[in-house]
Write a protein that binds this ligand. Structure first.
Ligand code: GLY
Length: 573
């Protein structure tokens, strides 16, 4: 990171809440200096660690734990900072899932996925001829579901130790005083600032006539005021009062449909996690309305009876087997998965040994499978999401994946409130049974109903070994999320890799339809050639996912790793 000096006066704050005093941890010469920081890809920490999409977010999470917070405190503070420093996906205008295991063994799944507004309807994106208008489900005001993140953070706070006022302060400081942009973040904002200007109805912090450059400072005053309202008023500082008024006014200016009553009635929900066994490890992942946990269970159980490690890492045999498991799991997704409060998802059957062994009964190691033989649909999702993994000194583990859906969501910044809204409505099946712009189709299970939550692929995951916390992991990447987590876990469990290697090595992805294998362009060329000879259609991708994880080693060291594919960074102590 280039050195960047600015002339702002930094007034340190002292939080005095519930008798606790915690001095501001952000500022020049403080724990976290938003003008000078570096990306750290891999490190081992003795007590606590965070891995997330941005160095400042990870550093804040670690500092919060050092000051007495637990992994839940860190996860809350880290998410709030991501909403400031990683606006592509970090958010308060989107939604997510938190999965955690407390030291007493209790598993916690918090669903704060966005929901369809009351005025939403099954055919809201169809024109008068019945054609899907994907421009409306993907950009602008109508693309947004009711945001869930702030409700989720307050639901998570039930398990935290420090006052929420303290946890939100670093995000307020960084929004108000700014932070320097990395090269990737500057390029990202440049690529999107015209779209944000087009879809937002009022000036935003992201727009300026000149291009953003590495080392420039991004200040988001309106976002800081919104965060301050949340600090003072709690969740009502977002779902009520001035912030709600600003959201609804933005909707009215842009012909969106989110209302005061949508905001007032939104709640986070507890979900029972998906739990399964893989080669002696207990894997815990997220239940519907995310498809992630079921997909992960299906793929891992389908390959479990095969000698994957003997087949060799990214050999033709192991990759072909893994692709065929991916194909079969994704074929089930559209037919059977949706918000469980609106659609009966046959979870038990879908992850049962008997069902999964029958799913692989037509698997042949000698030839490419064919998706035409499977009679179900699959749902497209955009790729910009973000993940954070946290382990604290006591052994609480927290895995959070959160998203606006597409990069910078709907591209609508709420006027006067400074935050981006999601375009998560596109994760519904906008016209059941009809291919969307990516050639994918969805089913009735995921059609739009007011209050229903759109199907997700987010896969925050925990692994226990000998009943003790072992791995915390997850990634962004739309439908590539479950396959990236699957491959990283197989790399660790079957191929004995360090978590950093398991994350960084090239990945592949098959999602049943389209019937092709996306493959990172640095993948083993011999295996690529052999797959093509066998009949697979390969499609090169520059990168798949940005996986952030932590593994707890037998000597208790926290082996933290952040994906090489982004600015992802680890911190701890
Ligand atoms: N919007 C990405 C996902 O929820 O899977």
């Amino acid at each position: 990171m280039r050195k960047y000096l600015i002339g702002l006066v930094w007034l340190g704050t002292i939080q005095q809440t519930n008798g606790q005093q915690i001095a501001s941890i952000v500022g020049p010469n403080k724990d976290i200096d938003p003008y000078h920081y570096t990306v750290v890809k891999r490190a081992e920490f003795k007590q606590a660690a965070v891995s997330s999409a941005h160095p400042l977010a990870s550093m804040v999470g670690a500092a919060i734990m050092k000051k007495g917070g637990n992994a839940f405190d860190a996860a809350i503070a880290t998410q709030l900072v991501l909403a400031v420093v990683f606006p592509n996906a970090g958010n308060i205008g989107g939604g997510g899932f938190l999965l955690a295991r407390k030291t007493n063994g209790e598993l916690i799944g918090i669903d704060y996925r966005e929901a369809a507004p009351e005025k939403g309807s099954r055919d809201m994106y169809l024109d008068k001829n019945g054609n899907a208008q994907l421009n409306l489900s993907q950009h602008g005001h109508l693309a947004s579901g009711i945001p869930g993140t702030i409700a989720g953070l307050f639901a998570s706070h039930a398990y935290a130790k420090l006052p929420f006022e303290v946890l939100i302060q670093p995000a307020i400081d960084i929004a108000a005083k700014g932070f320097v942009l990395t090269e990737k973040e500057a390029a990202s904002i440049n690529s999107i600032k015209d779209a944000i200007a087009r879809f937002s109805t009022q000036p935003t912090a992201f727009y300026r006539p000149n291009r953003w450059r590495v080392g420039d400072t991004l200040i988001q005053k309106e976002l800081a005021y919104t965060l301050e309202r949340i600090q003072k008023e709690g969740a009502l500082g977002f779902y009520g009062g001035k912030t709600a008024d600003l959201i609804v006014a933005e909707m009215e200016r842009g012909r969106g449909i989110i209302s005061h009553s949508d905001l007032k009635n939104y709640t986070a929900k507890l979900r029972e996690p998906i739990v399964f066994n893989y080669r002696g490890h207990e894997v815990v992942s997220f239940a519907p309305p995310s498809s992630g946990g079921i997909l992960l269970a299906q793929m891992m159980k389908m390959i479990e009876k095969y000698p994957v490690s003997k087949m060799g890492f990214q050999s033709l045999q192991s990759v072909q087997l893994m692709i065929e498991a991916e194909r079969r799991a994704f074929a089930d997704r559209a037919e059977h998965m949706g918000d469980p409060d609106f659609w009966k998802v046959p979870v038990k059957t879908m992850i049962s040994e008997a069902y999964l062994s029958q799913r692989m009964s037509d698997y042949s190691p000698d030839k490419a499978g064919n998706s035409k033989e499977v009679n179900a649909g699959v749902i497209k999702e955009s790729e910009e999401t973000t993940h954070l993994s946290v382990v604290d000194a006591a052994g609480n583990i927290v895995s959070v994946t959160t998203t606006l859906n597409g990069s910078y969501g709907s591209k609508v910044v709420v006027g006067g409130a400074g935050f981006l809204l999601n375009n998560e409505m596109d994760d519904f099946s906008v016209k059941p049974g009809v291919p969307n712009m990516f050639g994918a189709v969805g089913g009735e299970a995921n059609s739009i109903v007011p209050g229903k939550r759109m199907l997700s692929s987010m896969t925050p995951t925990l692994v226990l070994k000998n009943k003790k916390p072992y791995i915390v992991i997850g990634t962004p990447g739309g439908t590539t999320i479950p396959t990236s987590v699957y491959q990283a876990l197989v790399n660790i469990i079957d191929f004995n890799m360090k978590i950093g290697d398991a994350i960084d090595l090239p990945k592949f992805h098959h999602q049943w339809l389209p019937d092709e294998v996306m493959i990172e362009n640095n993948f083993n060329p011999k295996t690529k050639e052999a797959l093509q000879k066998m009949g697979y259609t390969l499609k090169d991708r520059s990168s798949i996912g940005r996986t952030d994880g932590i593994r707890i080693l037998p000597n208790k060291l926290r082996e933290a790793a952040a994906d090489r594919r982004g600015d992802d960074s680890v911190a701890g102590y």
